[in-house]
Design a protein around this ligand. Sequence first.
Ligand code: ADP
Ligand code: MG
Length: 537
Amino acid sequence: MDIFRILSRGAALKRSSNSDPGVKSESQNATKDKQNSLLRQVEKETDFFNTRKHTEVTKDIEDEAQDEAVPPPKIATEEDAAKLRKQNKVNVSGTDIPLPIGSFEDLIARCNLNRKLLANLIASGYSEPTAIQCEAIPASAEGRDLIACAPTGSGKTLAYLIPMAQALISSPKTKNYGIRGVVIAPTNELAIQIYQTLAPMCRGSNLNVTLLSKQVASKISSSIISANKFDVLICTPLRLIDLVKKEQVDLSKVEHLVIDEADKLFDHGFVEQTDEILSHCTLPTRRTSMFSATIPSGVEEMANSIMKDQIRIIVGHKEGASTSIDQKLVFTGNEEGKLLAIRQMVQQGEFKPPIIIFLQSIPRAKALFHELIYDKLNVEVIHAERTPKQREEAIRRFKNGDAWVLITTDVLARGVDFKGVNLVINYDVPQTSQAYVHRIGRTGRGGKEGKAVTFFTKEDKLAIKPVLNVMKQSGCHEGYSEWMESMEKLTKKEKQQIKQHEIKRKKISTVPQVVSKKRKQRKEMIEASKRRKEETK
Ligand code: ADP
Ligand code: MG
C-alpha cells in the first residue's frame, strides 16, 4: 500500500497554462496566490475521484468572487483566438464560431458564468481550462451543437458539464419540472465518474443531479420517487430506455443531451439504443454535444445528421493518441513469451504500479489474474461477468492502492480516469486503432506522462498495423523496430476481419498440461465421492 502511494504521488494534476506569465497584473497575481493557497489546501486531500470535501474552501472563494469586478476577457479578438488555437493545436470549423476562452474567469464576461459554479471549479483544483475546454465551453454556452474530438485525458468531461450546468442553473424552472439534461456513457464505471465530476460542481446550486444507478432506477420504476424531481440524469443507455419505455422517464423536456464516447455509442451494439434515446428527446431547441478521442468519418456523418448548425472541434490529430504517452511494441514470439515478458519487466524494475493490463476476452482476463496472483502480485480483475458490486470493489481497491495491477477487457478501455496510472500493458493486441487509443489513454492523463506496452506474437502480424500507425502519428518512433513496419498495408476487408474476429490464442498458463490434467482428475474424484455420500444418506 505504501509503495503504491509513493509511486502514485505524482498524481497531482499539472495545470495547463495558456497565459503569458510575464504579463500578469499585480491584482491577477494576488488572486492567483490566493487561489494557489486554496488549491494546496484542497490538494492535501487529493484522492482519485474528487471525493474530498471542500465546502469551506468553496465558500471562501465564492465570497471573494462576489466582491471582485468582472475581469476583461483574455481572448478578446480574432487574433487572440488564432494565436491560442495555434498554440493548442486546435482546428475549429462551422459557421459563426464563438471566440475561445483564455481562462475560466473569461466565462464571467462571456456568458455570465454562475459565481458558485466558478467557485466550485476553482475549489476542485481546476485553475486553467484545457484546450478542449477553451473551445467547447463558450461554443456550447452560446447554444451551439458540438462534435468534439480531443485526446484521452484532456478534460472533455468538464468541457461538456460546465456549459450544461451553467445553462440549467441560469434558467431555473419550477420544482418537479422534469429532466432537462442527460449525459449518456457506454459503461456504468464511466457514468459514475461523470456524476462524481458533476456533483461537486453543482454544490450549493439549485440543480438536482443524479446518477441513474440500479437503486435509483428501481425506485423510479416502482414509483417510490418521480424522475421529474431530477434536473440532470447521468446514465448508460439501456437503463434509461427501460424507464422511458415504462413511461416513467419523460425526455421531451431535455434541453441538453451529451453523448460521451460518441463513436462507441454509435457503434454496433449501442447505435439502436442511442437512436431510441434521441427519438425521445424531442424538444426543438435541444442542444446536442458529442465527445470522444476517436471519431471515425462514418460516425461523424451519422452525428451530422442529428445536429443543427454544429461546430466541429478537433484538438491535435483526429483519432490520435495522447502525446504524453510513451508507446512501445514488444514481440514476444508466442503466448508463453508474454508471461515471461511480464516477469522480465518485474525483474528489470519496469513493472511500476499502478498498472492496467488489457486482454481480448473474459476467460483470458481470468486466466492471467490467476497466473499473476500465483506470482504474488497484488492484482484485481474487472470484466463483464463480475457483478457491479465486485467491479466497484475492484476499482476501489485499485484506486486506494490495495491492488497494484488491474486486469481487464475492453469494458474498461473508455473514459475511466484513474489518476496516476503509470503503465498500460496490452497483453493482447486490440482489434481496432480506436480501441488501442482508448486503452492506452488510461495513462498519461491530465497532463501527466504515461507508458504503454503492446505485446504481440506472429499471429498478430496484421493486427499490429493499426497500432503502428497510431504510434507513428504520435511520434513514438523509438517504440518499434524497422522490421515491424515491413508489412503490407491492410485492406478494408482485413480491417473488418480483425475487428469482427478475435484472434485464436493458446491458453494462458505456466502450469504444465500433465499437472493440470491430474488436478482436474483429482477434483472430479472428490466431487464424485461427495455425490456418492449424498446418495447413500
Ligand atoms: P477525457 O474525458 O478527455 O479523457 P477527463 O475529463 O476524464 O478526460 O479528464 C482527465 C483528467 O484531467 C481528470 O483527472 C480531470 O480531473 C483533469 N482535468 C480536467 N480539466 C482540468 C483542468 N482544467 N485543469 C486541471 N485538470 C483538469
Ligand atoms: Mg472522457
